[in-house]
Design a protein around this ligand. Structure first.
Ligand code: HEC
Length: 226
C-alpha cells in the first residue's frame, strides 16, 4: 500500500518537477537571448535609453521562484516511511560501537592486577630482556630505556608520570589496567599520538609470564600523578 502510494507520488513529483524545469528554462534563455539582443541594440544605438534596459532583466528573476515548489513536495513525502526503521536500529548499534566491550580475558586482567606486586613490576621494568621487534629482529631492552617514570616527558616512548590517569581515558570503555596490559602485549592496538607504530617491541607476551605482566601493570598503576 505505502510503496505503491509513494511510487505514484514520486512519479507525479518527477513529472511536475520535469514540467516545471523544462518549461521555464526555455522561455528564460529565449527571453534572455532576446533581451540581450535588444539591450545590445539599444545601448549601441543611444545612451539615453539605458534606464529602460535595467527594467527588462527584473522580469526574468520572477519565473524561477515557481520551480522550488514542486521539488519540495517530493522530499517531504519520501522521508516519513524510511525514517522509522533506521531510528529503531541506530541507537542499539551506536551504543555498542562507541565503547570498548570487555572480554573474558580483560575481566581476568582486572582481577589479577589487583593482586599484582608493584615492587616486582618495578624490577622487571628496569631489567634488560631480549625481545622481538616489529621488523622481525630482536633487541635487548629494558622498558626504562624508552620510558621515563620520573616525568611525563617523552623519551623514545611516552613519559609515564601520571600514566594511570591517561590510561583510563585512552580508549572509551577500557579501564586503565586493561589498557596498560594491552599496550605492553600488543603496542600496535593503540598507538599514542605523536609516536610511531612499530618502535615499541612487540614480543613481550613471549618474554613475560602472565603473573609478571600483571606485576608490571600494577607497578605502572602505582606511578604518581603529574
Ligand atoms: C624501544 C623502545 C621501547 C621499549 C623498550 C618499550 N616501549 Fe613502551 N612504548 C614505546 C613507544 C614508542 C610507545 C608509543 C607508541 C605506541 O603506543 O605503540 C610506547 C607505548 C607504551 C605504553 C602506552 C603509553 C601511553 O601513554 O598510553 C605503555 C603502557 C608502554 N609502552 C609500556 C612499556 C613497557 C611496560 C615496556 C617494557 C616491558 C615497554 N613499554 C618497552 C617504546 C618502547
Amino acid at each position: 500500500m505505502n510503496i505503491k502510494y509513494f511510487i505514484v507520488l514520486i512519479l507525479v513529483g518527477i513529472i511536475i518537477a520535469a514540467c516545471g524545469t523544462v518549461a521555464e528554462p526555455v522561455p528564460n534563455s529565449a527571453t534572455l537571448a532576446a533581451e540581450s539582443a535588444h539591450n545590445t541594440d539599444e545601448t549601441s544605438h543611444s545612451d539615453g535609453e539605458e534606464t529602460n534596459v535595467v527594467q527588462a532583466p527584473t522580469n526574468t528573476p520572477q519565473p524561477p521562484t515557481a520551480t522550488p515548489e514542486p521539488p519540495t513536495a517530493t522530499p517531504t513525502l519520501v522521508p516519513p516511511s524510511p525514517t522509522p526503521e533506521p531510528t529503531e536500529e541506530m541507537p542499539a548499534e551506536g551504543e555498542t560501537a562507541g565503547e570498548y566491550q570487555l572480554t573474558a580475558d580483560d575481566e581476568l586482567i582486572l582481577f589479577f592486577v589487583e593482586g599484582g606486586s608493584p615492587t616486582r613490576g618495578e624490577t622487571l621494568f628496569n631489567t634488560t630482556y631480549t625481545v622481538a621487534m616489529a621488523g622481525g629482529n630482536s633487541g635487548d631492552w629494558a622498558c626504562s630505556v624508552c620510558h621515563n617514570v620520573q616525568s611525563a616527558e617523552a623519551g623514545v616512548g611516552p613519559g609515564m608520570l601520571g600514566l594511570p590517569d591517561r590510561a583510563a581515558e585512552r580508549i572509551p570503555g577500557m579501564p586503565a589496567p586493561v589498557y596498560l596490559y594491552h599496550s605492553i602485549v600488543n603496542p600496535h592496538e593503540y598507538v599514542v599520538e605523536g609516536f610511531s607504530d612499530g618502535v615499541m617491541p612487540v614480543g613481550y607476551a613471549d618474554v613475560f609470564s602472565e603473573t609478571e605482566l600483571y606485576d608490571i601493570v600494577s607497578y605502572l598503576l602505582s606511578l604518581p600523578s603529574e
